[in-house]
Design a protein around this ligand. Sequence first.
Ligand SMILES: [Zn+2]
Length: 426
Amino acid sequence: MIPQPLLDGVIAEAWGLMAEIGRLTAAEPGITRAAFGEGEQIAADLVCRFAAGFGLAPEHDAFGNITFLLPGADPALPAITSGSHLDSVPNGGNFDGLAGTAAALAVLAATRKAGIMPPRSLRALAMRGEESPWFNMAYLGSRLLLAHGDRTALGERRRIDSGLTLREHVDALGFPFRTDATPLLTRQDTACFIELHIEQGPLLEEKDLALGVASAIRGNFRYPQARCVGEYGHASTTPRHSRRDAVMAVAELAIGLDALWAELAAAGDDNFVVTFGRFSTDPAQHALTKVPGEVSFSLNVGSTSEATLRLGAERLDAMIARIAATRGVRFEMGPRVTADPVALDPGVTSLLERQMEASGLPVMRLPTAGHDAGIFALSGIPSAMLLTRNPCGSHNPRETLLESDFAMGCTVLARAMHVAAAGPPD
Ligand SMILES: [Zn+2]
């Protein structure tokens, strides 16, 4: 094991690395590191410089993802891998993604500095383009790395702000974009993937816990562009029986799904979420004195359980049919977008929990949103996630990570990686 004072020193340096990256990618309010773009490249350069200070050389893949390898005693054994992404949402926080990258690097750097050669190699990853606002798709760096999806099609996606394709952005960074279907990491060379990430909800803060482990990654079904069409009418003279009020109809749908959520929560299922992120009448037509004839809205239903998502979809269909019939409205739900829930690896997850217990920390499992770890899990690599407390929500400039929580997370990650590295051969 790495001597704790040595590990603490390297963790403090990694914390300083994040602070410097945050300063150089500041974009008031918050920070901006565009996927396959400028801020992300600044982070990439600084991460490489930090690693070089510990004798860790970067290896760039064809998409700009960066690998750092600390060879083990038997380099032929699959490596213990950790890392996360370098990009951010526009005007986001400094720690979403970067914390997991810095933590993985800190473990390798401290291992190198301590002069330890683990039985298996340790690998740290700094990945590109995880955030969806840039190309309207998440996890692009890990998808390209693991050939999860067609690389040609991924390369043709256009970045929303620049109008350039992903491939053009990769070219501009000087990497030789490849379109073959061969994953660059597989279960054969990667024993497991552990991603440290800030929690993007309030559960750890509410329980006053520094760390937790993810139980699973939520799947969802989404209707980004739904509409409910009724009929505009006079607010004073249209009687109840002849109204076709679109606001009342969508409100009834929202209340109905909220009731299902309450029912599931009361039965002990804490995984279901329902969000009407957009809900608006037409400003060109709505008025104080008109019965609203149209509502446009988005609907996002998530759960870690496929059965719960199916139940949600069945109830939704039944409610839509009933509300349409009783209120004389029409629901046009538009395209349906789905993502399956992703199970994380029970073995690697309990390895993390054992290291938390060994560090005197209580263990809590909580569901999480999508992350690069999901693409690793879907690619057959046993994956787990270590989450750090974040009291201020995510994808905003107030996103928070306490230095002491980061240090605790790095310590647990270091122990888990070293225990896994000493594990039995596959
Ligand atoms: Zn992230």
